[in-house]
Design a protein around this ligand. Sequence first.
Ligand code: PLP
Length: 396
Amino acid sequence: MFEQIARVPGDAILGLIEAFNKDTNPQKVDLGVGVYRDANGNTPVMRAVKQAESRLVDNEVTKTYIGSHGDPRFGKVVLPMVLGASSPVLAANRASATQAPGGTGALRLAADFIASNLKGRDIWLSTPTWPNHLGIFDAAGVTRHDYPYVDEHNRLDFAGMLATLKTIPEGDVVLLHACCHNPTGFDLSREQWDQVLEVVQSRKLLPLIDFAYQGFGDGLEEDAYGVRLLAENVDEAIITSSCSKNFGIYCERTGCLILIAKDEENMLDVRSQAAITARENYSNPPAHGGAVVIDILQDDTLRAEWMSELTEMRERINGLRRDFVEALKPYGLDEQFAFIAEQRGMFSYTGLTPEQVDRLRDEFGIYMVRSGRANVAGFSTENLSYVAKAIAAVVK
Ligand code: PLP
């Protein structure tokens, strides 16, 4: 029976990592990977995480199941982080938190929740979007459609986005990236979020907000502007939050599905459905990452340490964005690429064509995805001028 099953190509990023590892060019630069890198090219364990983990090892007394919603303390610390400590939604008990295996797990819960409970509702995704979004909603059986996000020059196309949102049938789901849009790096301004809210309200859309990079853009609170605006001004919303990047606990699979309902009673209804979805997928989420997040957010000292490390990461990325544009100045390309300093998060749509990306790889040992998406955290003070020179060579 297996003989008729065809092989599918592997993840393009994994192929890129393999090719990078094989490359013997001593100046090679990896701008492909999807994780944060420090100045030495490492993805280290954060100090606050290490401290929380050593305490956990000392104090842990059981490894029993934690339940389909996860550790109840997890929701108590993550909800205020996402929605704001003084959120009216929290005060009204309208938000439910279900701990999930990463942002991906939370998205799959959201997709299954929509498929089971909101039959006939389609989902609208930005073009481009994180490629896994497509697979997750397909796998759950939710029909998807696109709204434009960049124009033909690879710049934010807000007018195009809004025009399409205005045509979405009432009751459909619209997926919005809260901040640090992956893969483009283009985020909405506050005024643009306000306009999105108006359309969501007037078309009666259900917003699903993917919040994978809280704290990586402009700050923990600042990055939540769109999330909180929508949460506070619509009756119903879905939010998927990830702790992978902001706590650097990628492999611990820690995230959260947040369901906001019009009142507490209805919240308890939808919450019960989220538990069933979780149980049918994996029963209980992994506990360790959630325990680390709880420990950090509940302890003032650890929280302050974590905040300062998160700030360090964010400032490094935003500093590298500015330095990269500076490094292009000698080639007269700083204005053409000035938008890179304005983008947010780890990723940048550089606007480079697949052919230019291929030349960067073949001639200079610089690796990035063929869409022209670069991981800015792969830049370093040492390689910036080399990358700038290479880019000047391929764009001229
Ligand atoms: N959503 C977006 C836009 C992402 O970029 C990612 C990770 O790359 C995720 C969700 C999922 O993150 P996690 O690693 O927590 O599953």
